[in-house]
Design a protein around this ligand. Structure first.
Ligand code: BEZ
Length: 213
C-alpha cells in the first residue's frame, strides 16, 4: 500500500464507532473533516487531547469542520473511556471515536508505524476538505500531545486560500496580514479581489489585510 499524500482522495470506509456504525463520507457530508488517531484507550495524553477537542468543538463547528477520532480498541472500551474523559477534562465528548479493533482504518490510512509500535497507532491527523481531498497530514509520536489550536489555525489558512487566493506567512495568526498567491498576476483581477489594496514588498511577496475581515 502506498502512503497517503497531500491532495490524494481520502479513502472512504465503514467502521464501528462510539456513535454506531459510521461511513466516513456520510459522516462528513459537505463539511471539512479532521480524522485523528490515538495509540490506545485509557492513556493519559489521549485523554487530554480528546477532552480539549470537545472543549473547542464550537471552533470546529464555526469552520464547518466535523471531528472524528480513532483508537484501536472496541466500542465498550471507548464508552468507558469517554466517561473518564468527560469527568477528568470537565467536558462532554460530542464527536464519534472510531472503534478500529481490527485496524482496518489504521491500515488504510497508514497510522501504524511498526518501528514505533507494531500494533498501536501513532498520533496521525488528516484534514479533509469538502471535495474529500487530504489537505494536511501530521504525524506525532505517542508521547507528545498535539496542538489542536494549530490544527484550527491551518484550517483557517486553507479556507482563506480556497476562498481568496491568499497564503499565510510564518507564524500567521487570525486577523494578521496575508500573502497574495504568486500565480495571481492580472491587475484587474487583483483590484477586484483585494479592494483594501496590497503592498508589493517584492514582485513575488505581496501583502494584504486578511480579506474576510
Ligand atoms: C499516551 O498517553 O498515549 C502515552 C503517554 C506516554 C507514552 C506513550 C503514550
Amino acid at each position: 500500500m502506498t502512503a497517503l499524500r497531500l491532495e490524494d482522495t481520502a479513502p472512504d470506509f465503514e467502521q464501528h464507532s462510539s456513535q454506531g456504525t459510521l461511513r466516513l463520507y456520510d459522516y462528513l457530508g459537505d463539511s471539512w473533516g479532521v480524522l485523528f488517531s490515538h495509540p490506545a484507550d485509557f492513556t493519559p495524553v489521549c485523554t487530554t487531547e480528546l477532552g480539549y477537542t470537545a472543549i473547542v468543538s464550537g471552533e470546529f463547528a464555526k469552520r464547518n469542520v466535523k471531528v472524528l477520532a480513532l483508537s484501536v480498541d472496541d466500542v465498550d472500551a471507548h464508552n468507558g473511556w469517554i466517561n473518564d474523559i468527560n469527568d477528568t477534562q470537565n467536558t462532554t465528548v460530542n464527536y464519534p471515536i472510531i472503534a478500529d479493533a481490527d485496524r482496518k482504518v489504521a491500515t488504510l490510512y497508514d497510522m501504524i508505524h511498526p518501528n514505533a509500535d507494531n500494533t498501536a497507532t501513532v498520533r496521525s491527523v488528516f484534514v479533509i476538505d469538502p471535495q474529500k481531498k487530504i489537505r494536511l497530514i501530521l504525524t506525532y509520536p505517542a508521547s507528545t500531545g498535539r496542538n489542536f489550536d494549530e490544527i484550527l489555525r491551518v484550517i483557517d489558512s486553507l479556507q482563506l486560500t480556497d476562498e481568496y487566493s491568499v497564503a499565510t506567512p510564518v507564524n500567521w495568526k487570525h486577523s494578521e496580514d496575508v500573502i497574495i498567491v504568486p500565480s495571481l498576476q492580472d491587475e484587474a483581477e487583483l483590484k477586484v479581489k483585494f479592494p483594501k489594496g496590497y503592498t508589493v514588498v517584492r514582485p513575488y511577496l505581496r501583502i494584504t489585510p486578511q480579506p474576510d475581515l
